[in-house]
Design a protein around this ligand. Structure first.
Ligand code: IFM
Length: 414
Protein backbone atom coordinates (compact mmCIF):
# COMPACT_ATOMS: atom_id res chain seq x y z
CA UNK A 1 0.00 0.00 0.00
CA UNK A 2 3.02 2.31 0.10
CA UNK A 3 2.80 3.39 -3.55
CA UNK A 4 0.50 6.27 -2.59
CA UNK A 5 2.25 9.64 -2.68
CA UNK A 6 3.68 10.69 0.66
CA UNK A 7 1.47 13.81 0.67
CA UNK A 8 -1.73 11.96 -0.22
CA UNK A 9 -4.83 13.19 1.60
CA UNK A 10 -6.16 10.47 3.89
CA UNK A 11 -9.29 11.36 5.76
CA UNK A 12 -12.70 10.46 7.04
CA UNK A 13 -15.93 12.31 6.33
CA UNK A 14 -18.87 13.35 8.48
CA UNK A 15 -21.79 15.76 8.07
CA UNK A 16 -23.15 18.17 10.66
CA UNK A 17 -26.72 16.89 10.92
CA UNK A 18 -25.69 13.24 10.86
CA UNK A 19 -23.38 13.44 13.87
CA UNK A 20 -23.85 16.67 15.89
CA UNK A 21 -27.23 16.00 17.52
CA UNK A 22 -29.83 18.53 18.65
CA UNK A 23 -29.96 20.34 15.32
CA UNK A 24 -33.35 21.71 16.31
CA UNK A 25 -33.44 24.75 14.07
CA UNK A 26 -32.91 22.79 10.86
CA UNK A 27 -35.48 21.75 8.28
CA UNK A 28 -34.67 18.08 8.82
CA UNK A 29 -35.31 18.22 12.56
CA UNK A 30 -38.82 19.45 11.90
CA UNK A 31 -39.44 16.89 9.15
CA UNK A 32 -38.22 14.07 11.39
CA UNK A 33 -40.59 15.11 14.17
CA UNK A 34 -43.93 15.86 12.50
CA UNK A 35 -46.45 13.01 12.86
CA UNK A 36 -46.48 12.62 9.04
CA UNK A 37 -42.72 12.00 8.91
CA UNK A 38 -41.29 9.50 6.44
CA UNK A 39 -38.16 9.12 8.60
CA UNK A 40 -37.69 5.79 10.31
CA UNK A 41 -36.57 7.60 13.47
CA UNK A 42 -35.49 11.14 14.39
CA UNK A 43 -31.85 12.21 14.56
CA UNK A 44 -32.16 13.26 18.23
CA UNK A 45 -28.76 13.44 19.89
CA UNK A 46 -27.06 11.77 16.89
CA UNK A 47 -23.44 11.07 18.00
CA UNK A 48 -23.41 14.16 20.23
CA UNK A 49 -20.44 15.34 18.21
CA UNK A 50 -21.42 18.97 18.75
CA UNK A 51 -19.95 18.41 22.21
CA UNK A 52 -17.70 15.42 21.58
CA UNK A 53 -15.82 16.72 18.51
CA UNK A 54 -12.48 16.89 20.42
CA UNK A 55 -12.71 13.14 21.03
CA UNK A 56 -13.65 12.45 17.40
CA UNK A 57 -10.82 14.53 16.01
CA UNK A 58 -8.27 13.08 18.43
CA UNK A 59 -9.36 9.58 17.46
CA UNK A 60 -9.09 10.32 13.73
CA UNK A 61 -5.57 11.65 14.22
CA UNK A 62 -4.56 8.75 16.43
CA UNK A 63 -5.80 6.28 13.85
CA UNK A 64 -3.41 7.79 11.29
CA UNK A 65 -5.47 10.19 9.16
CA UNK A 66 -4.28 13.63 8.09
CA UNK A 67 -7.59 15.21 7.01
CA UNK A 68 -10.97 15.61 8.70
CA UNK A 69 -14.10 16.35 6.68
CA UNK A 70 -17.02 17.87 8.58
CA UNK A 71 -19.99 20.14 7.98
CA UNK A 72 -20.84 23.50 9.43
CA UNK A 73 -24.53 23.90 10.14
CA UNK A 74 -26.23 26.88 8.50
CA UNK A 75 -29.24 26.44 10.81
CA UNK A 76 -27.02 27.13 13.83
CA UNK A 77 -25.01 29.93 12.24
CA UNK A 78 -28.04 31.86 10.94
CA UNK A 79 -30.92 30.85 13.22
CA UNK A 80 -33.12 33.70 11.94
CA UNK A 81 -32.86 35.44 8.57
CA UNK A 82 -29.91 37.82 8.69
CA UNK A 83 -29.17 37.04 12.35
CA UNK A 84 -25.77 35.40 12.66
CA UNK A 85 -24.72 33.58 15.80
CA UNK A 86 -21.25 34.54 16.91
CA UNK A 87 -21.33 31.63 19.36
CA UNK A 88 -22.02 29.12 16.57
CA UNK A 89 -19.26 30.56 14.38
CA UNK A 90 -16.91 30.42 17.36
CA UNK A 91 -17.87 26.81 17.90
CA UNK A 92 -16.75 25.92 14.38
CA UNK A 93 -13.62 27.99 14.88
CA UNK A 94 -12.81 25.74 17.83
CA UNK A 95 -13.43 22.68 15.65
CA UNK A 96 -10.97 24.04 13.08
CA UNK A 97 -8.42 24.78 15.79
CA UNK A 98 -8.83 21.30 17.19
CA UNK A 99 -8.12 19.82 13.73
CA UNK A 100 -4.94 21.87 13.41
CA UNK A 101 -3.84 20.97 16.91
CA UNK A 102 -4.03 17.30 15.90
CA UNK A 103 -2.35 17.75 12.53
CA UNK A 104 -5.55 17.23 10.52
CA UNK A 105 -6.35 19.39 7.51
CA UNK A 106 -9.94 20.60 7.89
CA UNK A 107 -12.19 19.94 4.91
CA UNK A 108 -15.38 21.93 5.45
CA UNK A 109 -18.77 21.29 3.84
CA UNK A 110 -20.81 24.46 3.56
CA UNK A 111 -24.01 22.57 2.82
CA UNK A 112 -24.67 18.91 3.46
CA UNK A 113 -28.41 19.12 2.67
CA UNK A 114 -29.74 20.71 5.87
CA UNK A 115 -30.85 24.35 5.81
CA UNK A 116 -32.39 26.59 8.47
CA UNK A 117 -36.08 25.93 9.05
CA UNK A 118 -36.91 29.54 8.08
CA UNK A 119 -35.14 29.07 4.76
CA UNK A 120 -37.10 25.90 3.92
CA UNK A 121 -40.35 27.60 4.96
CA UNK A 122 -39.80 30.50 2.57
CA UNK A 123 -39.31 28.07 -0.32
CA UNK A 124 -35.68 27.01 0.07
CA UNK A 125 -33.67 26.87 -3.14
CA UNK A 126 -36.87 27.08 -5.19
CA UNK A 127 -36.79 30.83 -4.64
CA UNK A 128 -35.04 33.12 -7.10
CA UNK A 129 -33.27 35.02 -4.30
CA UNK A 130 -31.97 31.86 -2.56
CA UNK A 131 -28.45 32.22 -4.09
CA UNK A 132 -28.21 35.68 -2.46
CA UNK A 133 -29.07 34.19 0.92
CA UNK A 134 -26.63 31.32 0.53
CA UNK A 135 -23.90 33.74 -0.55
CA UNK A 136 -24.62 35.92 2.50
CA UNK A 137 -24.11 32.86 4.72
CA UNK A 138 -20.92 31.93 2.81
CA UNK A 139 -19.61 35.45 3.31
CA UNK A 140 -19.99 35.13 7.10
CA UNK A 141 -18.29 31.75 7.04
CA UNK A 142 -15.47 33.13 4.94
CA UNK A 143 -14.92 36.10 7.23
CA UNK A 144 -14.89 34.07 10.46
CA UNK A 145 -13.52 30.71 9.41
CA UNK A 146 -11.73 31.25 6.08
CA UNK A 147 -8.29 31.40 7.62
CA UNK A 148 -8.59 28.00 9.25
CA UNK A 149 -9.93 25.92 6.38
CA UNK A 150 -7.67 23.80 4.18
CA UNK A 151 -10.47 22.65 1.84
CA UNK A 152 -14.04 23.81 1.44
CA UNK A 153 -16.87 22.33 -0.59
CA UNK A 154 -20.08 24.16 -1.40
CA UNK A 155 -22.79 21.56 -1.98
CA UNK A 156 -22.48 17.95 -0.94
CA UNK A 157 -23.47 15.65 -3.79
CA UNK A 158 -24.70 18.65 -5.72
CA UNK A 159 -26.56 16.34 -8.12
CA UNK A 160 -28.40 14.47 -5.36
CA UNK A 161 -31.88 15.36 -6.67
CA UNK A 162 -30.98 13.58 -9.91
CA UNK A 163 -29.67 10.54 -8.04
CA UNK A 164 -32.59 9.86 -5.75
CA UNK A 165 -35.42 11.63 -7.55
CA UNK A 166 -36.97 8.35 -8.54
CA UNK A 167 -36.90 7.09 -4.93
CA UNK A 168 -38.92 9.88 -3.38
CA UNK A 169 -40.97 11.15 -6.29
CA UNK A 170 -42.29 7.86 -7.59
CA UNK A 171 -46.07 7.51 -7.29
CA UNK A 172 -45.80 5.11 -4.33
CA UNK A 173 -43.59 7.34 -2.17
CA UNK A 174 -44.88 10.74 -3.29
CA UNK A 175 -48.06 10.97 -1.12
CA UNK A 176 -46.04 10.36 2.06
CA UNK A 177 -43.50 12.97 1.07
CA UNK A 178 -46.16 15.53 0.19
CA UNK A 179 -47.95 14.97 3.53
CA UNK A 180 -44.71 15.42 5.47
CA UNK A 181 -43.84 18.62 3.61
CA UNK A 182 -47.35 20.01 4.16
CA UNK A 183 -47.13 19.27 7.87
CA UNK A 184 -43.77 21.08 8.04
CA UNK A 185 -45.17 24.06 6.15
CA UNK A 186 -48.18 24.20 8.52
CA UNK A 187 -45.90 24.04 11.55
CA UNK A 188 -44.06 27.10 10.21
CA UNK A 189 -47.23 28.99 9.30
CA UNK A 190 -46.21 28.82 5.65
CA UNK A 191 -47.71 27.34 2.49
CA UNK A 192 -44.42 25.73 1.46
CA UNK A 193 -41.45 23.82 2.80
CA UNK A 194 -38.63 23.00 0.41
CA UNK A 195 -35.79 20.66 1.39
CA UNK A 196 -32.65 20.01 -0.67
CA UNK A 197 -32.98 16.24 -0.44
CA UNK A 198 -36.66 16.08 -1.34
CA UNK A 199 -36.90 18.70 -4.08
CA UNK A 200 -36.63 17.87 -7.76
CA UNK A 201 -33.82 19.08 -10.00
CA UNK A 202 -36.41 21.04 -11.99
CA UNK A 203 -37.38 22.91 -8.85
CA UNK A 204 -33.98 23.86 -7.44
CA UNK A 205 -31.03 23.00 -9.64
CA UNK A 206 -30.68 26.33 -11.47
CA UNK A 207 -30.62 28.16 -8.13
CA UNK A 208 -28.16 25.64 -6.66
CA UNK A 209 -25.75 26.23 -9.53
CA UNK A 210 -26.04 29.97 -9.08
CA UNK A 211 -25.67 29.59 -5.30
CA UNK A 212 -22.51 27.56 -5.80
CA UNK A 213 -20.92 30.28 -7.94
CA UNK A 214 -22.02 33.07 -5.63
CA UNK A 215 -20.75 31.25 -2.53
CA UNK A 216 -17.45 30.43 -4.25
CA UNK A 217 -17.04 34.10 -5.08
CA UNK A 218 -17.76 35.14 -1.48
CA UNK A 219 -15.35 32.55 -0.12
CA UNK A 220 -12.56 33.47 -2.50
CA UNK A 221 -12.94 37.16 -1.70
CA UNK A 222 -12.26 36.51 1.99
CA UNK A 223 -9.26 35.34 3.99
CA UNK A 224 -7.61 31.93 3.67
CA UNK A 225 -5.80 29.94 1.02
CA UNK A 226 -8.07 26.90 1.02
CA UNK A 227 -8.87 24.86 -2.07
CA UNK A 228 -12.49 25.08 -3.13
CA UNK A 229 -14.44 22.20 -4.60
CA UNK A 230 -17.87 20.81 -5.23
CA UNK A 231 -18.74 17.17 -4.57
CA UNK A 232 -20.71 14.99 -6.94
CA UNK A 233 -22.49 11.72 -6.32
CA UNK A 234 -21.03 9.39 -8.92
CA UNK A 235 -21.71 5.80 -9.81
CA UNK A 236 -20.00 3.46 -12.22
CA UNK A 237 -22.34 3.41 -15.21
CA UNK A 238 -22.03 0.30 -17.31
CA UNK A 239 -23.77 0.03 -20.65
CA UNK A 240 -25.20 -3.41 -21.30
CA UNK A 241 -26.06 -4.59 -24.79
CA UNK A 242 -26.37 -2.90 -28.12
CA UNK A 243 -28.36 0.33 -28.11
CA UNK A 244 -27.92 0.74 -24.36
CA UNK A 245 -28.79 4.14 -22.89
CA UNK A 246 -25.66 4.50 -20.72
CA UNK A 247 -24.60 7.82 -22.19
CA UNK A 248 -28.04 9.40 -21.86
CA UNK A 249 -28.29 8.02 -18.34
CA UNK A 250 -24.95 9.58 -17.42
CA UNK A 251 -25.90 12.95 -18.86
CA UNK A 252 -29.08 12.87 -16.85
CA UNK A 253 -27.28 11.79 -13.67
CA UNK A 254 -24.83 14.70 -13.69
CA UNK A 255 -26.70 17.49 -15.47
CA UNK A 256 -24.76 20.75 -15.24
CA UNK A 257 -22.43 19.68 -12.43
CA UNK A 258 -19.56 18.33 -14.52
CA UNK A 259 -19.24 21.77 -16.09
CA UNK A 260 -19.54 23.49 -12.73
CA UNK A 261 -16.76 21.28 -11.36
CA UNK A 262 -14.49 22.36 -14.22
CA UNK A 263 -14.31 25.78 -12.57
CA UNK A 264 -13.38 24.46 -9.09
CA UNK A 265 -9.95 23.79 -7.59
CA UNK A 266 -10.90 20.14 -7.20
CA UNK A 267 -13.83 17.84 -7.72
CA UNK A 268 -15.02 15.66 -4.87
CA UNK A 269 -15.91 12.20 -6.13
CA UNK A 270 -18.41 10.27 -3.97
CA UNK A 271 -19.09 6.72 -5.02
CA UNK A 272 -20.99 3.79 -3.54
CA UNK A 273 -22.16 1.51 -6.34
CA UNK A 274 -22.68 0.73 -10.02
CA UNK A 275 -25.66 1.11 -12.33
CA UNK A 276 -26.06 -1.21 -15.30
CA UNK A 277 -27.96 0.37 -18.16
CA UNK A 278 -29.62 -1.51 -21.00
CA UNK A 279 -31.53 -0.26 -24.05
CA UNK A 280 -34.61 0.38 -21.88
CA UNK A 281 -32.75 2.09 -19.04
CA UNK A 282 -31.54 0.90 -15.64
CA UNK A 283 -31.44 -2.87 -15.17
CA UNK A 284 -32.65 -4.54 -12.01
CA UNK A 285 -30.02 -6.25 -9.90
CA UNK A 286 -30.03 -10.02 -10.30
CA UNK A 287 -31.31 -11.82 -7.20
CA UNK A 288 -27.89 -13.30 -6.48
CA UNK A 289 -25.98 -9.99 -6.77
CA UNK A 290 -23.83 -9.05 -3.80
CA UNK A 291 -25.46 -6.12 -1.99
CA UNK A 292 -24.53 -3.75 0.79
CA UNK A 293 -26.88 -3.30 3.74
CA UNK A 294 -28.39 -0.37 1.77
CA UNK A 295 -29.66 -2.87 -0.80
CA UNK A 296 -27.65 -1.59 -3.74
CA UNK A 297 -24.85 -3.48 -5.44
CA UNK A 298 -21.59 -4.11 -3.58
CA UNK A 299 -19.09 -2.92 -6.13
CA UNK A 300 -15.69 -1.75 -4.80
CA UNK A 301 -14.39 -1.41 -8.38
CA UNK A 302 -16.86 1.42 -8.95
CA UNK A 303 -14.51 3.91 -7.32
CA UNK A 304 -11.77 3.40 -9.88
CA UNK A 305 -14.34 3.74 -12.67
CA UNK A 306 -15.70 7.04 -11.35
CA UNK A 307 -12.26 8.52 -10.70
CA UNK A 308 -11.33 7.71 -14.29
CA UNK A 309 -14.64 9.21 -15.46
CA UNK A 310 -14.01 12.41 -13.48
CA UNK A 311 -10.48 12.69 -14.87
CA UNK A 312 -11.77 12.25 -18.43
CA UNK A 313 -14.86 14.44 -18.22
CA UNK A 314 -13.87 17.14 -15.73
CA UNK A 315 -10.08 17.29 -15.89
CA UNK A 316 -9.57 18.94 -12.51
CA UNK A 317 -7.66 17.52 -9.53
CA UNK A 318 -9.71 14.83 -7.83
CA UNK A 319 -10.27 14.06 -4.18
CA UNK A 320 -12.44 11.11 -3.25
CA UNK A 321 -14.52 12.96 -0.64
CA UNK A 322 -16.78 10.00 0.19
CA UNK A 323 -16.62 6.26 -0.31
CA UNK A 324 -17.75 3.53 2.01
CA UNK A 325 -20.22 0.80 2.76
CA UNK A 326 -23.19 0.22 5.01
CA UNK A 327 -22.21 -3.06 6.62
CA UNK A 328 -22.81 -4.51 10.06
CA UNK A 329 -20.07 -7.01 9.21
CA UNK A 330 -16.90 -4.91 9.39
CA UNK A 331 -14.83 -7.43 7.40
CA UNK A 332 -16.81 -6.27 4.35
CA UNK A 333 -15.56 -2.70 4.93
CA UNK A 334 -11.95 -3.90 5.04
CA UNK A 335 -12.45 -5.84 1.80
CA UNK A 336 -14.13 -2.87 0.12
CA UNK A 337 -11.31 -0.54 1.15
CA UNK A 338 -8.57 -2.87 -0.09
CA UNK A 339 -10.14 -3.48 -3.49
CA UNK A 340 -11.01 0.18 -3.99
CA UNK A 341 -7.53 1.37 -3.04
CA UNK A 342 -5.94 -1.03 -5.51
CA UNK A 343 -8.05 0.67 -8.17
CA UNK A 344 -6.93 4.10 -6.97
CA UNK A 345 -3.31 3.01 -7.22
CA UNK A 346 -3.90 2.06 -10.85
CA UNK A 347 -5.35 5.53 -11.44
CA UNK A 348 -2.24 7.12 -9.92
CA UNK A 349 0.02 4.84 -11.96
CA UNK A 350 -1.77 6.10 -15.07
CA UNK A 351 -0.99 9.69 -14.13
CA UNK A 352 -4.46 10.73 -12.98
CA UNK A 353 -4.32 13.78 -10.71
CA UNK A 354 -5.88 12.10 -7.70
CA UNK A 355 -5.05 13.90 -4.46
CA UNK A 356 -6.74 11.92 -1.75
CA UNK A 357 -9.18 9.42 -0.28
CA UNK A 358 -11.70 10.43 2.39
CA UNK A 359 -13.75 7.56 3.75
CA UNK A 360 -17.43 7.80 4.66
CA UNK A 361 -17.67 7.74 7.56
CA UNK A 362 -15.66 8.32 10.70
CA UNK A 363 -18.63 7.31 12.87
CA UNK A 364 -21.74 5.17 12.63
CA UNK A 365 -24.32 7.92 12.25
CA UNK A 366 -27.79 9.10 11.23
CA UNK A 367 -28.44 7.82 7.73
CA UNK A 368 -31.24 10.27 6.91
CA UNK A 369 -34.64 8.61 6.33
CA UNK A 370 -33.17 5.24 7.25
CA UNK A 371 -32.15 6.37 10.74
CA UNK A 372 -29.43 4.63 12.70
CA UNK A 373 -29.75 1.10 11.28
CA UNK A 374 -27.16 1.62 8.55
CA UNK A 375 -23.59 1.31 9.78
CA UNK A 376 -21.17 3.25 7.58
CA UNK A 377 -18.70 4.06 10.37
CA UNK A 378 -15.11 3.08 10.97
CA UNK A 379 -15.99 3.73 14.59
CA UNK A 380 -18.98 2.31 16.42
CA UNK A 381 -20.99 4.71 18.58
CA UNK A 382 -22.99 3.42 21.52
CA UNK A 383 -26.46 4.92 21.15
CA UNK A 384 -26.88 5.52 24.87
CA UNK A 385 -23.46 6.32 26.29
CA UNK A 386 -22.05 7.73 23.00
CA UNK A 387 -18.87 5.74 23.69
CA UNK A 388 -16.71 5.44 20.58
CA UNK A 389 -15.13 2.11 19.68
CA UNK A 390 -12.88 1.90 16.61
CA UNK A 391 -13.61 -1.12 14.43
CA UNK A 392 -10.83 -3.22 12.85
CA UNK A 393 -11.47 -1.34 9.57
CA UNK A 394 -10.52 1.93 11.30
CA UNK A 395 -7.14 0.56 12.34
CA UNK A 396 -6.71 -1.01 8.91
CA UNK A 397 -7.32 2.16 6.89
CA UNK A 398 -5.50 4.28 9.45
CA UNK A 399 -2.45 2.07 9.14
CA UNK A 400 -2.50 2.35 5.35
CA UNK A 401 -2.71 6.13 5.70
CA UNK A 402 0.09 6.27 8.23
CA UNK A 403 2.46 4.02 6.33
CA UNK A 404 2.02 5.86 3.02
CA UNK A 405 2.57 9.24 4.57
CA UNK A 406 5.90 10.72 5.44
CA UNK A 407 4.68 14.32 5.36
CA UNK A 408 1.35 16.10 5.78
CA UNK A 409 -0.18 17.83 2.72
CA UNK A 410 1.22 21.27 2.04
CA UNK A 411 -2.22 22.84 2.46
CA UNK A 412 -2.30 22.00 6.18
CA UNK A 413 -1.78 25.11 8.22
CA UNK A 414 -0.93 25.72 11.83
O1 IFM B 1 -24.78 9.29 4.56
C1 IFM B 1 -24.68 9.65 3.24
C2 IFM B 1 -24.09 11.03 3.12
O2 IFM B 1 -24.80 11.99 3.83
C3 IFM B 1 -24.05 11.46 1.66
N1 IFM B 1 -23.43 10.44 0.84
C4 IFM B 1 -23.87 9.10 1.00
C5 IFM B 1 -23.81 8.70 2.46
C6 IFM B 1 -24.21 7.24 2.65
O3 IFM B 1 -25.48 6.99 2.14
Amino acid sequence: MSRFPHDFIWGTATAAHQIEGGNVNSDFWLAENVPETIFREPSGDACDSYHRYPEDIALAAELGFNTHRFGIEWARIEPEPGVFSRAALDHYLRVLECCHAHGLAPMVSLNHWTVPRWFAARGGFEMADSPDLFARFAEQVSRHLGDGMAFVTTFNEANIQRVIGSTFHNPKAAPGLAAMKQACARACGSDRFSMVLFATAEEIEAQLVEAHYRAAQALRAGPGTFQLGVTISMAEVEGVGEGNQAEAFENDLYGPWLDVAKTADFVGVQTYTRYRIGPEGRLRLPADAMRTDMGYEYRPEALEATVRFAARRIGRPIIVTEHGIAAKDDTRRVALIDTALEGLQRCLDDGIDLRGYVHWSLLDNFEWVLGYGMRFGLIEVDRTSFARTPKPSARHLGQIARSSRANTPSSIKG
